[in-house]
Design a protein around this ligand. Structure first.
Ligand code: MN
Length: 483
């Protein structure tokens, strides 16, 4: 069932395209040698170029170009061997050049495809229109002084990739899935850290609505949304607003809007009449960017295994379901953790433990894979203790909880707490006999055909043995004694 906004006149389709600004992971800035690191004292990472001094000439950073090409390859996109930088002219107090060096007509990366998995198990292909390189502006600080605004130029000239999607997205869920997948690809590639909270990835959201089969109607752009959840909420709020405008006989006007997450609404920022005329023209201080095919080929050959390829391999190599594989490859750290646990062991059991008890423990304790008290080696050792019948599955859950609490290895916990599984048939026989003797009425019922009571006897025997009995041996002994 496709997503729709239900209006008085029936369902409306939602049409969304996303423009994502992703900060390139790079030592230095796009056109200068200044550090691109986050969080330094204001105005300590600023060269004359970043400060827009007259006569300063930008020099393209080869590493940033490589990152853009690698990202394009990761998005299954065409790499343009010739691209060009343009000046986008506008005035802003924290942009000392008076223009942004960007790419307009000839971006470095052309059309590509991002495949996203949706909650109903389907896969949707969302088109990428382009990726271009551009410099970031500085930052105005309005909260340092009651009457003055300060400017921090550390961010001025930091490299950004602007990644523009086709208007292929049809619901908040698809937008969320696209952003998560895009972030996952960027992190695998190591081209952007994807931390939306720190602003290293932010999204402009283009939203319109229409009746099924209609051409596109006027869209509005919701600027600078800085979390995936807010993007999804902004789409819902903006689409509902537009439906109400159209249905009340009005007309949606093209404008830039802001999302207010506290009130869950979008509000107007500037209308089209106020839109900038950027007077784009080719940047005269930079030559066109020309890439050699063998350089692109070398970058391609050195790409890491990306989420889609890893997912396919997890399915074929480990026999995982599409769902489990998708969950495990979403973050590279998770995929690596799983493979370390699965190595030489039953991969499906490993996947169940990682996506089940392990993820639940991380959630509950607010830890990540990196800070997890349970290492992959220790979780693997726990699976070994089950596989070689040292402990049963029930006791394994208790041992795991103790591992979460203490960080100890499972063998130590089993030893300390005396949790070794009882496989001594004499002890099991004795426990079974005692249960049978104490429940003569139930034994009679079972023997007269009430098969369901078998579970009762298993439970009682296990309880009597402190949970440590070998389940297979208990079942076998009970079957024999009760028949
Ligand atoms: Mn931009």
């Amino acid at each position: 069932m496709a997503y729709a906004i239900e209006g008085a006149t029936g369902p409306w389709e939602v049409v969304v395209g996303l423009e994502v600004h992703a900060q390139v992971i790079s030592e230095s800035k796009l056109f200068s040698g200044s550090s691109a690191a986050f969080g330094a004292e204001p105005n300590t990472h600023v060269s004359f170029i970043d400060a827009g001094f007259p006569g300063m000439l930008p020099v393209i950073n080869r590493a940033c170009v490589a990152q853009a090409v690698r990202t394009g390859l990761g998005l299954n996109a065409e790499i343009h061997k010739v691209s060009r930088f343009d000046r986008k002219n506008y005035f802003y107090a924290d942009m000392p050049q008076g223009y942004q060096i960007s790419q307009f007509e000839h971006p470095i990366v052309g059309t590509g495809i991002v495949e996203v998995e949706l909650s109903d198990g389907s896969v949707k292909r969302i088109g990428v229109t382009r990726l271009h390189l551009e410099q970031d502006a500085g930052k105005s600080l309005h909260d340092q002084h009651p009457t003055k605004t300060f400017v921090d130029l550390n961010r001025s000239g930091v490299p950004l990739m602007e990644i523009v999607s086709e208007p292929d997205i049809r619901s908040p869920e698809e937008a969320g899935a696209y952003l998560r997948k895009l972030r996952s690809i960027l992190r695998y590639l190591g081209t952007c850290d994807g931390n939306m909270e720190e602003g290293s990835m932010r999204a402009d959201v283009n939203v319109s609505v229409r009746k099924a089969g209609e051409p596109y109607r006027t869209r509005c752009e919701v600027k600078n949304v800085n979390s995936i959840r807010f993007v999804m909420q902004a789409i819902e709020a903006e689409a509902a607003r537009q439906v109400e405008v159209w249905e009340s006989g009005g007309e949606v006007k093209q404008e830039t809007r802001l999302f207010d997450p506290n009130r869950g609404v979008t509000r107007s920022m500037r209308s089209k009449e106020d839109a900038h005329d950027y007077r784009y023209f080719p940047e005269p201080d930079l030559l066109p960017l020309v890439l050699e095919q063998n350089w692109i080929d070398a970058l391609k050959a050195a790409l890491p295994e990306l989420p889609d390829a890893k997912k396919a391999r997890f399915r074929s190599e480990y026999g995982l379901t599409a769902y489990d594989a998708a969950v495990l490859v979403a973050e590279k750290a998770t995929a690596d953790f799983f493979e370390a646990v699965a190595k030489g062991r039953d991969p499906k059991i490993a996947a169940n433990w990682v996506t089940g008890d392990f993820f639940a423990a991380l959630n509950r304790t607010g830890k990540t894979i990196e800070t997890s008290p349970v290492s992959a080696a220790n979780l693997g050792a726990l699976l070994d203790l089950m596989a070689n019948n040292t402990i049963n599955g029930r006791i394994a859950k208790d041992v795991f909880e103790a591992m979460v609490e203490t960080g100890k290895d499972p063998a130590e916990i089993v030893e300390e707490k005396g949790l070794k599984q009882v496989t001594d048939t004499g002890a099991i026989d004795a426990a079974v006999d005692a249960i049978i003797a104490a429940n003569a009425d139930k034994v009679a019922e079972y023997r007269s055909g009430k098969d369901k009571l078998f579970g009762f006897f298993v439970g009682q025997t296990m309880k009597a043995m402190g949970g440590k009995g070998n389940p297979a041996l208990i079942n076998e002994t009970l079957k024999r004694r009760l028949s």
